[in-house]
Design a protein around this ligand. Structure first.
Ligand SMILES: Cc1cc2nc3c(=O)[nH]c(=O)nc-3n(C[C@H](O)[C@H](O)[C@H](O)COP(=O)(O)O)c2cc1C
Length: 174
């Protein structure tokens, strides 16, 4: 079975999580490709058994051109996903291929009581486009805006990837 992991990332933390999720999927016997969102194929042309989408949380949701510019200003150098984010990638299509199974994740700072994060925005949009979720949205945590990830998060991401691979062959979340 084939899986595609599409990620958006400014400083590399979400990319590292995407790669760890891919390792978990591969450990669960899936053939996996990892793709930065600016290089990803159109969502309505995908032919995979599982799509995993991940993005950093910006302003309680998905990034916009202005927040990506703010991220670049923080480093004073280039960011990884400067021109296209998951928001734009999802908005470019009206519907996903029939039966597409999907899981969403994000990275964000671990602050109690924050009102929203990117994976819930991804999940909402993907459901609206007709996707079937194979698991609830998952968050991974960073220290501050530029990271690094908290200790243990890459192991947790690998474990989640293995769980997703198992879910694709079993009961779906809806
Ligand atoms: C412009 C901007 C807005 C952000 N807004 C939030 C936020 O609302 N909540 C939060 O927990 N983290 C927020 N963050 C922190 C990001 O979630 C963090 O930079 C991201 O997880 C790092 O992943 P990356 O290296 O893949 O970009 C923000 C970061 C930037 C640059």
């Amino acid at each position: 079975m084939d899986a595609l992991v599409v990620f958006e990332s400014m400083f590399g933390n979400t990319q590292a999580v995407a790669e760890a999720v891919a390792e978990g999927l591969a450990a669960g016997s899936m053939r996996v490709q990892v793709c930065e969102v600016g290089e990803a194929p159109a969502l309505d042309e995908l032919s995979v058994d599982l799509l995993v989408v991940g993005a950093p949380t910006h302003a309680f949701g998905l990034s916009r051109p202005q927040t990506r510019a703010e991220a670049a200003a923080r480093t004073g150098g280039p960011v990884i996903s400067a021109t296209c984010g998951v928001r734009e990638w999802l908005a470019a299509v009206g519907r996903v291929p029939d039966g597409l199974r999907v899981a969403a994740f994000d990275t964000h700072v671990q602050i109690p009581m924050i009102p929203g994060w990117a994976s819930h925005a991804e999940e909402k949009r993907l459901r609206r486009l007709g996707a079937t979720m194979v698991d609830g949205a998952c968050s991974f945590y960073v220290h501050g805006y530029t990271g690094p990830l908290l200790d243990g998060e890459l192991d947790r991401a690998r474990g989640w990837g293995e769980q997703l691979a198992a879910n694709v062959g079993g009961a779906l979340v809806g």
